[in-house]
Design a protein around this ligand. Structure first.
Ligand code: DGY
Length: 327
């Protein structure tokens, strides 16, 4: 008789070939049709499961965990884990893991893509062309704000923030940053001589401000009316972190009345829904949470999540364990 394998829920569609390896260790329940489960359905599907591989769409809270006495590990393919209540996980003896590092460079690339598209009005100009409105070259047509030689501000200077800063070397930009913890001298040097400033200075002096901080109740609406009012009128704001860090209604107001030059947003409050007024604004570039979306990186993220659940089933400590006190 074959030994019974522990059960694993794959909560979202994944690369089929990447998942094949998990079959060696687990009896898999897949979701290749990629439905987003309600909390009730998640609770039902997780009954009797050893673990789950998920994305940020799975909300793991105390109520859900209280219904799942057999659950041992939840493993997200994302680096962000604001959808996990870590304390509740620990109380329920559930290991929680994320997928750090593998997406740093790809995500940093995308922050630059959004910043450049916003500053140079790329999507606005493309819509103009596609709409058949391009009749002549104009000296002031689609003039944007400068990137090279300007001052890049970074709020949240973790590994992705530092990867963004390194790219500033090629554009001759000065880098300033604010973070809960100041980097050491060696890290600042490697981050294109990034200069630590207080949040107030960052807001006032950045020509382009990129948000890379994690979402938590403390970082909710870090950028709201007061913060936007401190930014330069010609500045751009780029959010690749999480919705909720920016007060979207306040940002819409600032964009509408030209308080800042533009915004590039990959994340939104309550996504995948977003404030409909964004669609009426020309000075905003909108993308559907794709900063880490290169095939190689998405595969690396899935792989990292797999390594974590395989370690757990082997009785090893998962390398990306977030709640070490669970041990
Ligand atoms: C992450 O890894 O946190 C990305 O935002 C995808 O959710």
């Amino acid at each position: 008789m074959k030994p019974v394998k522990p059960k694993l829920l794959i909560a979202r569609a994944m690369f089929p070939d990447a998942l094949a390896r998990l079959n060696e260790y687990f009896e898999l329940e897949q979701n290749q049709e990629d439905r987003i489960f309600s909390q009730d359905e998640l609770a039902e599907r997780l009954q009797g499961k050893f673990g789950m591989i998920c994305t940020s769409s799975a909300k793991i809270n105390r109520d859900l965990l209280s219904k799942l006495p057999e659950l041992k590990i939840i493993s997200t393919i994302a680096v962000g884990y604001d959808n996990f209540d870590l304390q509740a996980c620990t109380e329920h003896q559930v290991m929680a893991t994320n997928a750090p590092d593998v997406l740093n460079e790809t995500t940093a690339d995308f922050a630059w893509a959004l910043m450049m598209a916003t500053a140079r009005r790329v999507t606005e100009a493309e819509h103009f062309l596609r709409a058949g409105e391009w009749k002549k070259w104009g000296v002031d047509s689609f003039v944007g704000v400068e990137i090279h030689g300007s001052r890049l501000g970074i709020l949240g200077m973790g590994r992705i923030g530092q990867a963004i800063a390194r790219r500033a070397a090629g554009f001759g930009m000065e880098v300033i940053y604010h973070n809960r913890r100041r980097l050491n001298a060696e890290q600042e040097l490697a981050a294109h001589h990034a200069r630590y400033v207080d949040k107030e200075t960052l807001l006032r002096e950045s020509d382009h401000l990129i948000l890379v901080l994690p979402y938590s109740p403390e970082s909710h609406h870090t950028i709201g009316v007061a913060e936007l009012a401190k930014m330069k009128p010609g500045a751009t704001l780029i959010n690749i972190a999480r919705g909720g860090i920016v007060d979207d209604a306040a940002l819409i107001h600032a964009l509408r009345y030209g308080k800042i030059a533009g915004a590039g947003l990959d994340v939104f409050e309550n996504e995948p829904r977003f404030h409909p007024d964004f669609l009426d604004l020309k000075n905003v570039v909108l993308t559907p949470h794709i900063a880490s979306a290169s095939e190689r990186t998405r595969r690396a993220m899935v792989n990292r999540a797999m390594i974590n659940v395989i370690a757990a089933v082997r009785g090893e400590v998962p390398p990306d364990l977030l709640n070490r006190d669970v041990l």
